[in-house]
Design a protein around this ligand. Structure first.
Ligand code: ADP
Length: 731
C-alpha cells in the first residue's frame, strides 16, 4: 500500500512540473510583448524546475545521480526572488524605479541570484544525504551552512514583495483592487507550499502533497494575468476551493486511514484490513459529487446574492415597462430602475435619432453637466458595438489598450472616458442598434461580473422593445392629431365654401330680381329728366339724386351677379398670361397709387405664367388685392410699398400681394372672404371685393389665402394651376 501513496505523490509532483511549465508558456504566448507575461513565464519555469528537483527525491535511483540532478534543478530557484519582485511591480502597474528599497533589492539580486545559484551547486549548500523519514521521499539532503543564507535571501525578498503587493492592494480601487486581492490569495497559497517544502528539508514531517498548492497558486496567478474579466474570479476561486476541498477529503481520508490506522485495522479485519480504506473510498467517491454540487450551490447563492437580489427587480420592471406608452417617462423609468436597484453612481440612455443620424441623450440619473448630449453614428464606439454585440467594460478596454496601444481599444478607451462610462450596453432591435445604456461605478466599488452584464443585456433588450413600442405609439398619436387637424381645416373650408355658395345663389337671385325694377327706375328717371320741362330746380335735384342712387344700386347688383356667376365653361377658356395680367393692372392703377404716395415693387421670376381662364376676371382679382393693400397702408401711414410677386413651383403659379399695413386681426381672419364683411367706413367699402376674388379664383380651380401677423402687414396668395404643356401647344 505505501507504494500506492508514493505513486500519488509522484503523480502530483510530476503534474506540478508539467502544469507550471505549461502555464508559463501559455501566459507568454497570450501576449509575448507584455513584460508582465514575460517575467511570469521565467518565474513559472523556475517553479517547474524546482518541482522537478523535488520529483527526483522520490525516485529510486542511484544516490549520487539523484543528488546531482536534485541540486541542478533546484539551482534556478535562486532566481525566483528577483523575478517575484518584478511580477509584483508589473501586476500592480507600478515602476520599481520609484521605490527605493525595491530598486535596491532588484539591483542586489543581480549579484545575489548568481551567487545563490553557485552556492546551491556547491558542497556547502547540502551537507549530507540521509534517508528520508517521510513516506513518499526516499532521501533528503541535510542543509549546509549556505542553505540558511539562501533561505534568508529567498524569504526576505518574498516577504518584501508580499508586503508591497499588499500596500498596492490597499491603495488600489475597483478592478485593480480585485485583481491584487486574488493575487495576494494566490501568493499566500504559494507561501504555504514553499514552507511545507522547506520544512521537509529540515526533516519536519507534513504528510501532504504540497505541490497541489503550487498548481493552485500558479493557476490563480495565471488567471489574474491573462483573463481580463477578472471580475468572475470570486466564483472561479470558490468553485476551485470547493472542488479541491471535496476531493482532498475523498482521496485524503482513505490515505490517512492507511497511514495512521493500519495497525488498528489489522486488529479488526486481519489480513483483509485493506477492505476498510477501499470501502471508505467507495463511499466517499459516490457521495463526493453530490457534496460538491450542494456546497457549490450554497456558496454561489451567497456570492451572487447582490446580483440575484436586483435580478428579480429588473425582471419585474421589464414586465412593467411594456405598459408605459410615453417614451420620455419610459426612458426616465429605465434609468431610474437600473441606477437604484443595481446601486450604481450614474446612468445615461442615448437613443438613435434617424433625423440627425446621432444617438441623443434622452434620460439619465446623477449625470454631471459635462455628459455629452449626443454620440455621432460614426463614433468608433458605435462601430464597435454594432459589430460586436457585447457589453464593453472600461477596465477591460483600458487593459487591452495598454497591451496594444495602436489598437481600436485605445480609441474606445478615450471615448468611454469622455462618456464617463464604466460599462456600455447596447440594445438591438431587428439587428439595428437602437439605444445605448451607459453605467457608472457600482456604489459597492465591486467590479461588474459577467452575470451582471448578462442581466443588463437581457434587461435592455426587453427595454428596447418597450421603447420601440412607445415611440411607435407616440408616432401614431401624432399622426392622428395631424390628420384630425387637417380634417377640421378641410371641414371649415367646406363650411365656408358652402356658405359662400348659398349666399352667392341667394344674392344672384335677389340681384336678378332687383335688376329689372332698377332698370325701370333708371330708365324712367332718365326719361323724366330728358323729356319734360321740370317744374322746379328742387325736382331736378331730386331726380338727379334718384338717378345717382339707382346707378350705385345697379353697380352693387352687377357686382353681385358677377359673384354669383356659374363656373367657367370649358369652351370659354382662354390662355391667359398672368404676367400680362399683372402688367396691365399695374399700369392701369399706378397713376391712382402714385397720387397717394404708394409704390409697387414687382418681382417676376423668369418663365411663362400661363393659366386657362378669363383675363378680365383675373385682372379684377389683382386690382382688388392691390387696392385693399393700398387702403391698409393708408390706415397706418402716408406712403408705402406694395410688393407683388409671381412665381411658379411644380405645376402651380403663385401671385403674392404683400403690404405694409396694420395686418388683419386674428379674430376676423376667417370672415374677410364673407360677402358684405367690411371694416371700412360706410360708403368706402362694400365688403364684396374679397368674396368676389374668392369666387373667381375658385372658378379657375385655384385657391386664395391670407397670412397676417399683427403690425406686420398682410400677404394674400393666389394659387392657380399652370396650363399644361400640350394645351399650351394646342392653343
Ligand atoms: P372691402 O374692401 O370692401 O371692405 P373686401 O372683401 O375687399 O371688402 O375686404 C374685406 C375686409 O378685409 C376689409 O374691410 C378689411 O378689413 C380686410 N382686408 C382686406 N385686405 C386687407 C389688407 N391688405 N390689410 C388689412 N385688412 C384687409
Amino acid at each position: 500500500m505505501p507504494d500506492i501513496s508514493m505513486n500519488v505523490y509522484q503523480a502530483v509532483t510530476l503534474s506540478a512540473v508539467l502544469i507550471s511549465f505549461g502555464i508559463g508558456v501559455f501566459v507568454l504566448l497570450k501576449n509575448i510583448k507584455n513584460s508582465l507575461n514575460f517575467v511570469f513565464f521565467v518565474f513559472s519555469l523556475c517553479i517547474s524546475s524546482w518541482c522537478f528537483s523535488h520529483f527526483i527525491t522520490m525516485t529510486k535511483q542511484n544516490v549520487a545521480t539523484s543528488i546531482f540532478y536534485e541540486k541542478l534543478f533546484f539551482a534556478p530557484v535562486s532566481f525566483m526572488p528577483a523575478f517575484w519582485l518584478l511580477v509584483v511591480y508589473n501586476i500592480a502597474g507600478k515602476k520599481i524605479e520609484n521605490d527605493r528599497i525595491g530598486l535596491y533589492l532588484a539591483r542586489s539580486s543581480f549579484i545575489l541570484s548568481p551567487l545563490c545559484f553557485l552556492l546551491t551547486l556547491s558542497p556547502f549548500f547540502f551537507r549530507e544525504i540521509t534517508p528520508s523519514n517521510l513516506p513518499f521521499i526516499k532521501t533528503h539532503l541535510v542543509p549546509g551552512v549556505s542553505y540558511y543564507f539562501f533561505l534568508f535571501y529567498w524569504y526576505s525578498y518574498a516577504t518584501y514583495g508580499f508586503c508591497k503587493a499588499y500596500s498596492f492592494y490597499k491603495k488600489s480601487i475597483a478592478h485593480k483592487n480585485d485583481q491584487l486581492k486574488y493575487f495576494l490569495l494566490a501568493t499566500f497559497i504559494g507561501f504555504l507550499g514553499s514552507a511545507i517544502y522547506f520544512l521537509s528539508v529540515f526533516g519536519i514531517k507534513i504528510s501532504f502533497p504540497h505541490d497541489v498548492l503550487t498548481i493552485i497558486y500558479l493557476l490563480l496567478m495565471a488567471y489574474a494575468i491573462v483573463k481580463y474579466r477578472l471580475m468572475d474570479i470570486r466564483v472561479v476561486v470558490t468553485r476551485t476551493a470547493i472542488f479541491v476541498a471535496v476531493y482532498t477529503i475523498v482521496l485524503g481520508l482513505p490515505f490517512l486511514l492507511i497511514n495512521a490506522g493500519k495497525d488498528w485495522l489489522i486488529i479488526f479485519l486481519g489480513t483483509n484490513w485493506w477492505l476498510g480504506p477501499l470501502i471508505l473510498m467507495a463511499i466517499l467517491a459516490t457521495t463526493g459529487p453530490f457534496a460538491y454540487i450542494y456546497l457549490l450551490r450554497n456558496a454561489e447563492a451567497i456570492l451572487l446574492r447582490e446580483q440575484r437580489s436586483y435580478q428579480e427587480t429588473l425582471k419585474q420592471a421589464a414586465i412593467g415597462i411594456a405598459r408605459i406608452r410615453n417614451s420620455k417617462k419610459l426612458l426616465d423609468f429605465i434609468a431610474y430602475t437600473i441606477t437604484k436597484t443595481v446601486r450604481i453612481s450614474h446612468s445615461a440612455i442615448y437613443l438613435f435619432d434617424p433625423e440627425f443620424n446621432q444617438f441623443i441623450l434622452k434620460a439619465g440619473r446623477n449625470l454631471n453637466e459635462k455628459q455629452p448630449i449626443s454620440i455621432d453614428k460614426k463614433n468608433p464606439l458605435i462601430h464597435y458595438l454594432e459589430k460586436q454585440n457585447e457589453p464593453l467594460v472600461y477596465e477591460e478596454v483600458k487593459r487591452k489598450s495598454e497591451d496594444n496601444p495602436d489598437s481600436v481599444f485605445t480609441q474606445l478607451e478615450s471615448e468611454m472616458a469622455l462618456l464617463n462610462a464604466k460599462v456600455v450596453v447596447a440594445s438591438f432591435l431587428e439587428e439595428k442598434l437602437l439605444n445605448i445604456l451607459i453605467l457608472g461605478d457600482k456604489l459597492s466599488k465591486r467590479p461588474y461580473t459577467s452575470e451582471d452584464l448578462h442581466n443588463f443585456s437581457v434587461f435592455v433588450t426587453e427595454a428596447a422593445l418597450a421603447i420601440d413600442n412607445a415611440l411607435r405609439y407616440e408616432n401614431i398619436e401624432e399622426q392622428v392629431r395631424q390628420r384630425t387637424k387637417e380634417l377640421m381645416e378641410v371641414q371649415n373650408q367646406l363650411v365656408q365654401a358652402e356658405k359662400l355658395a348659398t349666399v352667392g345663389t341667394l344674392a344672384g337671385g335677389v340681384a336678378h330680381e332687383i335688376n329689372n325694377p332698377l332698370t325701370a327706375i333708371l330708365t324712367n328717371v332718365q326719361m323724366l329728366l330728358a323729356a319734360k320741362p321740370i317744374d322746379s330746380e328742387l325736382d331736378r335735384e331730386s331726380l338727379e339724386l334718384i338717378e345717382e342712387a339707382t346707378k350705385r344700386c345697379r353697380t352693387i347688383v352687377q357686382k353681385l351677379m358677377t359673384y354669383a356667376k356659374k363656373p367657367l365653361e370649358s369652351a370659354r377658356l382662354d390662355k391667359v398670361d398672368l404676367r400680362k395680367v399683372l402688367d396691365i393692372t399695374i399700369a392701369f392703377i399706378s397713376y391712382q397709387l402714385e397720387q397717394e404716395n404708394i409704390k409697387i415693387n414687382t418681382q417676376i421670376d423668369e418663365g411663362g405664367y400661363f393659366v386657362s381662364g378669363n383675363h378680365n376676371e383675373l385682372e379684377q382679382v389683382v386690382t382688388n388685392l392691390i387696392l385693399n393693400a393700398k387702403d391698409a397702408i393708408k390706415r397706418l401711414k402716408k406712403s408705402g410699398i406694395i410688393h407683388v410677386a409671381i412665381s411658379k413651383k411644380d405645376e402651380t403659379i403663385m401671385i403674392e400681394v404683400q403690404d405694409e399695413g396694420p395686418g388683419i386681426p386674428q379674430g376676423i381672419l376667417s370672415k374677410i372672404f364673407d360677402p358684405f364683411f367690411t371694416t371700412k367706413d360706410v360708403g368706402k367699402g362694400l365688403g364684396l371685393g374679397l368674396s368676389i376674388c374668392h369666387s373667381i379664383i375658385a372658378k379657375h380651380k385655384g385657391t386664395i389665402s391670407v397670412e397676417s401677423e399683427p403690425n406686420q402687414g398682410a400677404v394674400f396668395t393666389v394659387q392657380l394651376p399652370a396650363m399644361k404643356e400640350e394645351s399650351k401647344v394646342k392653343s
